[in-house]
Design a protein around this ligand. Structure first.
Ligand code: FEO
Length: 402
């Protein structure tokens, strides 16, 4: 049975949700599922904005046919050629033999690479700023390269002022009946997954996101319609501010995220002592993560949230604890920068992880290391407490200067 929602009188959401997929891109856990959004505009000409993942093709086709209600599909706009949005192009071409696919040069290169399709006579290649009239509605195309792939463009519908934003402004999470941001408690239920989606999927491309935000800043936008997650129809400034912070690698909050590896609980003990001291001193919203049992995508997300990081690592094979090393490599790969970092190392006979963490952090931009580095020999004791308290004071002083 079709399951659609109206965005406006003439524009419908025809996407769907997947609550079975364990890992997005076979990498990122989806405990709340994921939505694949697609939008159908009904006018003198009909136009579909992107398709969906193959996992929900059946639902998607029922949705599209239901809204078309016997009419043909004239245009398919491909804003993003990643397969989670493109699995149904061939099927649509079979169902609608006169269908024209709208994309840019790179879009069509990718379609041919992925699907080996004969597109002869079915393509409309657009340039930056080109328009396509559907009747009452006019689509204008803006390129947004590397948000999140090089062919990405966004489509602005001029009469109703809707921005179809591709991956930008998306989130992990199935919609569960809601479609609009004002139908949910976003801060409670969605923000952490929106941040995790941004940080891990688009996070590396902050400068490109900044360029796109600048380019779109002159548009009068009433709604933002991304390819994943909720449609935004009010409080757009809230979302744009989040994206501005994330893409400039500026923290959302002045607070502390503590990340530790611990083989026998001793490094964890030191971290608990530090966290308690910070909270007693009045720091709010501290988080503490065991890097071995927390997916690295969540750790990355917390770096995007917090101004101060504490990295506490045992020395392992004369190096950094493997799960911490993986986290640091991911931070570097995602271009993370501009954080204040405190280091704790543990080593029973030759503590060595702090210097190696420092070396990796020095390869990232704007990472400031606080003094002192705390060294634990096997387990915290009275000798450890003085440097640990000094580190706490150093963090508090740094926070108060922000
Ligand atoms: Fe949801 Fe970059 O694809």
């Amino acid at each position: 049975m079709h399951c659609t929602r109206k965005i406006t009188d003439s524009i419908s959401w025809v996407g769907g949700c997947d609550r079975r997929l364990a890992l997005f891109e076979n990498l990122f856990p989806l405990p709340r599922g994921v939505a694949y959004n697609s939008y159908l505009i009904m006018d003198e000409k009909t136009a579909l904005i992107d398709t969906v993942d193959s996992s929900i093709s059946r639902q998607f086709v029922e949705n599209v046919l239901s809204v078309l209600n016997g009419r043909t599909l004239d245009y398919l706009v491909v804003n993003h050629m990643e397969p989670d949005h493109c699995a149904n192009i061939a099927d649509l071409m079979l169902r609608f033999p006169d269908l024209k696919i709208v994309g840019n040069t790179k879009t069509f290169t990718f379609i041919r690479q992925f699907y080996n399709m004969d597109l002869e006579g079915h393509t409309i290649t657009v340039q930056e700023g080109d328009t396509l009239s559907l009747g009452q509605h006019t689509l204008r195309f803006y390129f947004a390269p590397m948000v999140h792939w090089p062919e990405v463009m966004v489509t602005y519908e001029e009469s109703e002022k809707l921005l179809f934003s591709a991956d930008a402004f998306g989130s992990f999470g199935a919609l569960n009946g809601a479609l609009f941001n004002d139908e949910v408690d976003f801060d409670r239920d969605w923000l952490s997954d929106a941040r995790r989606y941004y940080g891990n999927i688009v996070g590396k491309y902050g400068p490109q996101v900044q360029s796109a935000l600048k380019k779109l800043s002159g548009l009068d936008i009433r709604m933002i319609c991304p390819l994943h997650g909720l449609v935004w129809r009010n409080d757009l400034g809230y979302l744009l501010d989040k994206y501005d912070h994330w893409s400039r690698y500026q923290p959302e909050e002045h607070t502390v995220a503590i990340f530790y590896g611990s083989m026998y609980g001793d490094t964890e003990n030191a971290v608990d002592l530090l966290a308690s001291g910070l909270v007693e001193a009045g720091v709010k919203n501290i988080s503490v993560y065991d890097v071995s049992s927390t997916h690295v995508s969540t750790l990355i997300s917390e770096v995007f949230r917090c101004s101060h990081l504490v990295l506490a690592s045992p020395t392992y094979n004369n190096g950094i604890y493997p799960a911490m090393l993986n986290f640091l490599h991911d931070m570097k790969a995602l271009n993370l920068q501009n954080r204040t970092v405190a280091l704790i190392q543990n080593g029973s006979w030759a503590p060595a992880s702090a210097n190696q963490m420092k070396a990796l952090l020095s390869e990232m931009k704007g990472m400031q290391i606080l003094d002192p580095v705390v060294t634990i020999k096997s387990s915290p004791n009275d000798d450890t407490m003085a440097p640990l308290i000094q580190l706490k004071e150093s963090i508090l002083s740094s926070l108060s200067n922000l």
